[in-house]
Every structure is written in structure tokens, then in C-alpha cells.
Design a protein around this ligand. Structure first.
Ligand SMILES: [Fe+2]
Length: 160
């Protein structure tokens, strides 16, 4: 950990850095999954889904940056390389053979739900550890991810 004037203990900052790097890996993985869907989707809803997936990837990029810069603000090192992320992401591997729109929405919705759950848990953990700011950052991200999940699931729920 780098030295900093911030009024949080080095132990607490190190713990938050670990928590943030874990969810940073998921977020980078999820951003790439949304791009994968953006590039490869086909079918009658092509343009709507192609644009939705790109919008989601853009929003996830914002979350990625927020978490990475919270890590460095705490004196830690953000670990956002492809190699670091590949070994750490808790998301399911995104299928490479998917083309049809509904299958992409399904696969992405699964990843969104998994990510939202772990971010909510991270928010609780950060709050209990006494870092209200990191907790608040996670809370804001989980709110955004919940909204993204809604945008995806609305494509699946017309008949349910
Ligand atoms: Fe594009």
C-alpha cells in the first residue's frame, strides 16, 4: 500500500483494495461480455439489441473506472490487466457461439444478476468494515447494474 494522508488505517485500505479488485475483475469481464454481444448479435431485433449492448458496455466502463480509481485513492494498485482479470472474475464464461438475440440477452442477464449480487455483498462488507465511501460506491454501482438487468430482462418478460 502507498502512503496517503487519508484517515483510514492501512489495514482497512488493504482490505477495501482486495474487495474492489475482486469486483473490478468482474466488471471488466462483464464489459467485455456486453461488447461481445454488441458485436455478434443477429436476428430481427438486431439494431435495438446492438445499441443496447453498447450502451451497457459504456455504463460498465464507468463503473470500472470508479472502482479502479477508488483503489488508487486508497493507496492500492488497481489490477485491471486482462491476465489479472481472467484469473479473478467470478462470472460464468461467456459463450462464443451465441448469435440469436434472446440467447445473448439471457447470457448477459445471468452475468448481470451474478455481478449485482456480489456488488451488493461488497457494499455490505465495506460498510461493516467502516468505509462508508467504498460502500456507497458499491451501492451506486449495484443500482446501475440492477437497472441494466431490467433493460435486459424486459426483452424476456413480455409473456411472463
Ligand atoms: Fe460498436
Amino acid at each position: 500500500m502507498h502512503r496517503t494522508r487519508i484517515d483510514l488505517t492501512a489495514k482497512s485500505r488493504a482490505r477495501m483494495t482486495g474487495l474492489l479488485n475482486a469486483r473490478l475483475a468482474d466488471a471488466i469481464d462483464l464489459q467485455l461480455q456486453a461488447k461481445q454481444a454488441h458485436w455478434n448479435v443477429k436476428g430481427p431485433n438486431f439494431i435495438a439489441l446492438h445499441e443496447l449492448f453498447d450502451r451497457l458496455a459504456g455504463e460498465l466502463g464507468g463503473h470500472v473506472d470508479e472502482m479502479a480509481e477508488r483503489i488508487t485513492a486508497l493507496g492500492g494498485a488497481a489490477e485491471g490487466t486482462l491476465q489479472a482479470v481472467a484469473g479473478r472474475s467470478k462470472l460464468a464464461v461467456y459463450p462464443l457461439d451465441v448469435t440469436e438475440g434472446r440467447a445473448h440477452v439471457d447470457a448477459l442477464a445471468d452475468s448481470y444478476a451474478r455481478f449485482a449480487k456480489s456488488v451488493r455483498k461488497a457494499s455490505d462488507e465495506a460498510g461493516k468494515a467502516g468505509d462508508a465511501d467504498t460502500s456507497d460506491l458499491f451501492t451506486g454501482i449495484s443500482r446501475g447494474v440492477d437497472k441494466g438487468l431490467w433493460l435486459l430482462e424486459a426483452h424476456l418478460q413480455a409473456d411472463r
